[in-house]
Design a protein around this ligand. Structure first.
Ligand code: FPP
Ligand code: MG
Ligand code: MG
Length: 377
């Protein structure tokens, strides 16, 4: 087969950079306290999809070919960091002298992904995993990635504290990148995750017993979706471009790609919650209605089925509500419309890459956007 007929595998394109991801993350999570060490590393045992690091690494490679910001080259000694942080002892000061060797000028480092960008990929996975630890407590979830959830295995207290520990270690690694703008971006992501989760505690901006469908409700849902999912992906794409000293238009394109991909990704997630079984997903299915959450499939259904308003108003809390709401969603075109909107965002993500020079990494990013629509879990 000719090259163009070969299927594009995003993972293969950054396989070299992904190889040490889990090992490095586990090293960042070392604690002298054996049970904290165990809980903190728990979600690194089951292989997650590593969607966020994959996107960061592909974006790093793709933007390495784009125009640079005028003030470059910046002193790489401040950006590159040691990829092997010493295992931190719980009893020692968790702030050993920060190593930041100049990797970029070493012979044999021919990769177009900088050490700082590789570290950024690890940091995004750490923040994401921290949010899952907390999320499973909030959602009373008993399974994750096909295994018992951390809260189920170790209890809520340890799961919450482990999540906090991950955020702490992510912050240490972030600070060591020595890039204030990147620190600010990722710190904002952490705040955004909480804001999104808070918005989700309420389905609408106002508390009403029998709310009427409105555009405003859908806007609220999209804003929440940006905060809880797209913020991490978009701001880490932006950070990857910044670490690579890309020029301002490239940084904006990277951000736009991540934002649109993130929105598509969560819309598909919300759709799969209706269309897949728990064993397909490796986590409870149909969980959103049970949690009182009105996501895109239901919001689209509600537009043409006003009786859903009363169920939304009481968060599907009465006997039979979840069942009834599910029926009404299946009878409507809510799932189809959700898929169509996800497709829209996915295409916008791809369009954001228009000005990037052709490359394998760019093809990988395009493939990621298309795979988001096809994914089954
Ligand atoms: C998964 O959503 C959860 C998130 C995308 C973010 C959760 C954020 C928090 C709990 C805020 C606080 C946490 C931190 C670390 C700042 P989901 O429940 O829809 O997905 P699921 O089906 O995978 O559980
Ligand atoms: Mg959840
Ligand atoms: Mg949740």
């Amino acid at each position: 087969a000719t090259k163009s007929e070969l299927p594009i595998d995003p993972l293969r394109i950054v396989a070299k950079e992904m190889k040490h991801l889990t090992g490095n993350i586990r090293q960042l999570l070392g604690s002298g306290h054996p049970s904290l060490d165990r809980v903190a590393k728990y979600y690194t045992q089951s292989e997650g999809k590593h969607v966020r690091p994959l996107i960061v690494l592909l974006m790093s490679r793709a933007t390495s070919l784009c125009p640079k910001a005028p003030e470059s080259p910046a002193p790489q000694t401040l950006v590159a960091i040691d990829s092997s942080i010493s295992p931190l002892n719980v009893l020692a000061d968790a702030n050993p002298s920060s190593p930041h060797a100049d990797f970029s000028s070493q012979p044999g480092s021919e990769s177009d992904v900088l050490p700082s960008q590789r570290r950024l990929a690890e940091i995004t996975e750490l923040i994401h995993t921290a949010s899952l630890l907390h999320d499973d407590v909030i959602d009373h979830s008993v399974s994750r990635r096909g295994s018992p959830s951390a809260n189920f295995e170790f209890g809520n207290k340890m799961a919450v504290l482990a999540g906090d520990f991950l955020l702490g270690r992510a912050s240490v690694a972030l600070a060591r990148l020595r890039n204030a703008e990147v620190v600010e971006l990722l710190a904002t992501v952490i705040a955004n995750l909480v804001e999104g989760e808070f918005m989700q505690l309420k389905n609408t901006a106002r508390d009403e017993r029998n709310p009427q469908w409105s555009e405003e409700i859908f806007t609220y849902y999209l804003q929440k979706t940006y905060l809880k999912t797209a913020s991490l992906i978009s701001k880490s794409c932006r950070a990857a471009a910044l670490l690579g000293r890309a020029d301002a238009p490239t940084v904006e394109s990277a951000y736009s790609y991540g934002k649109n991909l993130g929105l598509a990704f969560q819309l598909v997630d919300d759709m799969l919650d209706y269309t897949k079984s728990g064993s397909d997903l490796g986590k409870p299915a149909g969980a959103d209605l049970e949690l009182g959450l009105a996501t895109a499939p239901l919001l689209f259904a509600w537009k043409s089925t006003p009786e859903l308003g009363i169920l939304v108003g009481r968060k599907f809390g009465q006997e039979g509500d979840v069942q009834r709401a599910r029926e009404l969603v299946y009878q409507s075109d809510g799932i189809e419309q959700t898929r169509a909107l996800a497709e829209d965002y996915s295409q916008q993500a791809i369009a954001a890459l228009n000005n990037f020079p052709d490359s394998e990494a760019k093809d990988g990013l395009i493939e990621m956007a298309m795979n988001t629509l096809k994914r089954q879990k």
